[in-house]
Design a protein around this ligand. Structure first.
Ligand code: MN
Length: 200
């Protein structure tokens, strides 16, 4: 038996409208995210990964080079993190003084940090993720391809992530990834959560 389950969404399925519609959530969370969890359960049944936590499976499969297990485990983790990176418009709070100081050092201003994140979301070619991470305490915006994740890398602490796979925005924004990224970055980033992660 393993304990991998699809975690509940941290808000109602229409809480991010109109940026992310309930219909997008129904497919993105209910089909894509759930699919990664279910595929992972099938892949690890009867293997050395069975019974490990999701975080342990990401780490162990990365080390072992088990691509299928890693891809599905990392996607399950990335989606949990994506949902918890977002908040309804007006509910995302503000960066703590500590986080804001690190943002100013790295980017010059909060607006410049947001612009860098939106830019990384747009420039990621194909499917992937745009991240704000702390690397040895210094903030960096970066993007990863497909399932790749900075989670678990030495010295790296992800603060939040934007999903830029087409399934994240195509029903609501069609080909306008830049408009989706701008709306998410401007309205839906959970700065309170990022501040807790930065301090933790
Ligand atoms: Mn996704």
């Amino acid at each position: 038996m393993n304990e991998l389950t699809l975690k509940p969404l941290p808000y109602a399925d229409d809480a991010l409208e109109p940026t992310i519609s309930a219909r997008t959530i129904s497919f993105h969370y209910g089909k894509h995210h759930a699919g990664y969890v279910n595929t992972l359960k099938g892949l690890i049944a009867g293997t050395k990964y069975e019974g490990l936590s999701l975080e342990e499976i990401v780490a162990a499969s990365r080390t072992a080079g088990d691509t299928a297990v890693f891809n599905n485990a990392a996607q399950a983790w990335n989606h949990d993190f994506y949902w918890s990176s977002l908040a309804p418009d007006g509910k995302g709070g503000k960066p703590s003084a500590e986080l804001l100081a690190a943002i100013d050092t790295a980017f010059g201003s909060l607006d410049a940090c947001k612009a860098a994140l939106a830019d990384a979301a747009v420039k990621r070619f194909g499917s992937g993720w745009a991240w704000l991470v702390a690397k040895d305490g210094k903030l960096v915006v970066e993007s990863t391809a497909n399932a790749e994740t900075p989670f678990g890398l030495a010295g790296v602490k992800p603060l939040f992530v934007v999903d830029v796979w087409e399934h994240a925005y195509y029903r609501d924004w069609q080909n306008q990834r830049a408009a989706y990224a701008k709306a998410v970055v401007e309205k839906h980033l959970d700065w309170s959560a990022a501040a807790r992660r930065f301090a933790g």
